[in-house]
Ligand binder design. Structure first.
Ligand code: TYD
Ligand code: MG
Length: 464
């Protein structure tokens, strides 16, 4: 058999080129050529021998595949291995699926290695065999980390290696059920000339690991560092290859971390798991709302609470706003955890529909706990917090605001009102301001639901 060879392919137009060049000849894009391995074509005789095996095989030059009707395929969803790290199992959709490949992305230092070492320890204790390959740290460094953890990681096997061929050969020989590769950016294959971490290397190594996972039934976790832009280096292509993409995020300065699935072939992508980083590793947080509610004992102006749905789970979040007299020049608009353009829009609506002028005011909005508002439900709370800051009057600490604010100042209903309300009631909320049309027939009895049509009407209720 001929040896595998390499070529360069344009990541924009997919044109091939035998040599690297700064610019693609076909489409003219700069810096788009990525190194790629081409499997060797079987020699003429081997191809002929294979073709002879099936009578119609030479029609299109390939072999005839085996087809089956969906109704004839037996089997149910395969078993899942629970790690016992509940938040991780939950985000994965109920545990680790054998033969699947899971990418864990996140900024350096956020805790990916810690999370996976803890998962490895738990999986090992629950009867799996785990091989932890570190290309970034020596076995001693990994051991020192393990010593800090409350987990019993003693049974986890370590390999300090960066060459893919060695990693795969070791895995093939030891047959672990769970393989962890930390990180994909440090792994390289000798078949490509590029340095570890470049797009071609990352993609090729990930694809081969994926093949290994499918062939051997080994579940593989790979760590991927996220670049400044937020993508995993060796970017979208890597996400296409793997079965599941988890992001581990959080503010570096705060001690909690959020694990979120952005792609999952074996489960929902809406679920999140929340952990707290402590001196002895990551500890799952059972009731995340308490964490994101900030220190609600102090009732100051500019603070309002909303209830978000993170997957199937309602989460109470505090939103803080500060409207302060602007200095010279254009007033500042700064939003953390809330879309900046949405803030600009909301300020315009408040001015036009509720007579609240921000022309001379800087406006700052912050979602407590480093969380991001990804649904419009929080609009009403952002509006209430801003108005509260302008009037310098605190809102009742047990009031909740849920609704999308439209351009006309109208308040629109949001989904799953009853679940949000029951979580709020559990956490001691006593009033909820929602769109008039969204007032549910049955609400928890501890909570009074007040329907409002416009933000103007809301502000009159709150500040009259
Ligand atoms: P690490 O898992 O090495 O991050 P990553 O692999 O994503 O780069 O964790 C990095 C940080 O976590 C590090 O600053 C130290 C902190 N840490 C703790 O606070 N407690 C612990 O028990 C451990 C192991 C780490
Ligand atoms: Mg690490």
């Amino acid at each position: 058999m001929a040896r595998a060879r390499t070529l360069y392919r344009c990541s924009e137009c997919a044109a091939e080129s035998p040599k690297w060049a700064g610019r693609c000849d076909a489409c003219g894009e700069w810096n788009s050529l990525v190194e790629e391995v081409v499997a060797a074509k079987p020699s003429g005789r081997a191809a002929a021998r294979r073709a002879a095996g099936s009578p119609t095989a030479n029609v299109g030059g390939g072999n005839v595949g085996i087809t089956a009707r969906l109704s004839d395929i037996r089997g149910t969803e395969r078993e899942r291995w629970r790690s016992g790290l509940n938040e991780l199992d939950f985000v994965l959709g109920g545990g680790v699926v054998p033969g699947s490949m899971i990418l864990v992305g996140g900024e350096p230092g956020i805790g990916k290695s810690t999370l996976l070492l803890q998962a490895a320890a738990r999986l090992q204790e629950n009867g799996q065999t785990t091989l932890y390959v570190s290309g970034e740290e020596s076995p001693l460094q990994v051991k020192l980390r393990a010593d800090r953890l409350t987990e019993n990681a003693g049974g986890v096997t370590l390999l300090s290696e960066t060459q893919l061929e060695t990693i795969l050969a070791t895995a093939a020989a030891q047959r672990p059920t769970v393989l962890i590769v930390d990180s994909i950016q440090t792994v390289f294959t000798a078949d490509l000339e590029g340095a570890p971490g470049n797009v071609g290397q990352v993609r090729e190594c990930a694809a081969r690991l994926m093949r290994f996972a499918k062939e051997s039934g080994t579940a593989i976790f790979v760590v991927g560092h996220v670049t400044k832009g937020g993508g995993i280096a060796g970017p979208k292509t890597l996400e296409h290859i793997v079965d599941t993409v988890l992001y581990f995020e959080g503010e570096n300065t705060l001690d909690h971390r959020v694990l979120r699935a952005t792609k999952n072939r074996f489960g929902s992508v809406d679920e999140i798991g929340v952990f707290r980083m402590t001196a002895s590793g990551l500890i799952p947080v059972d009731n995340p709302s308490e964490l994101f509610l900030g220190d609600r004992g102090l009732s100051a102006s500019g603070s309002a609470v909303t209830a978000l749905m993170e997957g199937s789970r309602p989460l109470l979040v505090e939103i803080q706003a500060l409207a302060a007299k602007a200095g010279f020049g254009t007033p500042q608009r700064v939003a953390t955890g809330y879309d900046g353009r949405r803030l600009a829009l909301l300020l315009a609506v408040l001015e036009k529909r509720a007579g609240l002028s921000f022309a001379q005011l800087d406006a700052f909005v912050n979602v407590v706990g480093g969380l991001r508002l990804q649904e419009p439900t929080g609009d009403l709370a952002v509006a209430a917090a801003l108005a509260s800051s302008v009037h310098d009057r605190a809102l009742a600490p047990e009031a909740l605001f849920m609704g999308e604010v439209g351009l006309g100042g109208e308040i629109r209903p949001v989904s799953q009102m009853e679940r949000r309300l029951s979580e709020a009631a559990n956490l001691g909320m006593r009033h909820a301001y929602v769109a008039e049309r969204a007032v549910p027939r049955r609400a928890p009895k501890e909570i009074r639901v007040i329907g409002v049509r416009t933000i103007d009407e809301l502000f009159r209720l709150l500040f009259a």
